[in-house]
Design a protein around this ligand. Structure first.
Ligand code: FPP
Length: 252
């Protein structure tokens, strides 16, 4: 694997991805859906390699939504086994590559064995300074906003925070990923053009890119197309083009 390429303004600091299309990839091959998820796990490695190569600081992957618990029991069970195996297999190598791993979502819904694995992966990689890899598991954007509101309300009830001090910054500081820049670029594979309760708060100004490619088909060329699209965007954050031009020039 080549070292990190020199950074350029077209490189997002934080990439957020909905990995969609595993089931269809398998169905097209007349194989069980879990085969698609296994192929999806391989695509996760392609994606991590690409992010490290490009010097992307943070990658957040939507692995399992709050709603995915409603899938057939056999698929949920197989996915849990896959997560367990992936954790067992990949963590040492990711640690060696200076990747910091964390999980966001309602982890109390997982079995104690998976929760313990998640905690151990986080502990093992906690001081790593390379790619910040967040796995959204049993995650929903509405849950994230609700837990932040709950935390602030608890502080107010305990007399540690005044009601008038609740503002956007206070909320942002209680969201998951508060210490990571908001996603600059969102990618969804699998052809659907929606954000499906992913990082609702954090993606207010994120550039969106969709592809028909199914997640297991992911390759570096597809990811590069997303980066090229990102590089062509003028990010205005609610300002005018004339206002942001000097800001963008000064960051080059
Ligand atoms: C969505 O495709 C994908 C999932 C619900 C699971 C994602 C899991 C992986 C990529 C595998 C391993 C991940 C990690 C982090 C180890 P879908 O099943 O909804 O596909 P479909 O829309 O074609 O049915």
């Amino acid at each position: 694997m080549a070292a990190t390429e020199p950074s350029s303004p077209a490189i997002p600091r934080h990439l957020a991805i909905i990995m969609d299309g595993n089931g269809r990839w398998a169905e097209r091959r007349h194989r069980p859906r879990i085969i698609g998820h296994r192929a999806g796990a391989r695509a996760v490695n392609v994606c991590i390699d690409f992010c490290i190569l490009k010097g992307i600081q943070a990658l957040t992957l939507f692995a399992f939504s709050s709603e995915n618990w409603g899938r057939p029991e056999s698929e949920v069970g197989a996915l849990m086994k896959l997560f367990m195996n992936a954790l067992e297999r990949e963590v040492d190598e990711l640690d060696r590559r200076n990747v910091r791993i964390r999980f966001i979502g309602q982890r109390e819904r997982f079995t104690p064995a998976i929760v313990a694995r998640m905690a151990s992966a986080e502990l093992q990689t906690a001081s790593n300074t390379g790619l910040q890899l967040s796995i959204a598991a049993s995650y929903g954007g509405r849950w994230d906003i609700t837990q932040a509101a709950h935390a602030l309300a608890a502080d107010v009830a305990a007399g540690q925070l005044r009601l008038e001090d609740i503002d956007e910054d206070a909320m942002a500081n209680r969201m998951t990923l508060a210490d990571v820049p908001a996603p600059d670029l969102f990618i969804r594979t699998g052809g659907e053009m929606r954000i499906s309760n992913f990082l609702l708060w954090q993606m207010a100004y994120t550039e969106l890119w969709f592809t028909e490619a199914l997640w297991p088909e992911l390759d570096a060329a597809t990811l590069q197309r997303a980066l090229d699209h990102y590089g062509s965007r003028e990010r205005r954050f609610g300002l005018t083009g004339a206002q942001v031009a000097p800001i963008q020039e000064s960051s080059e």
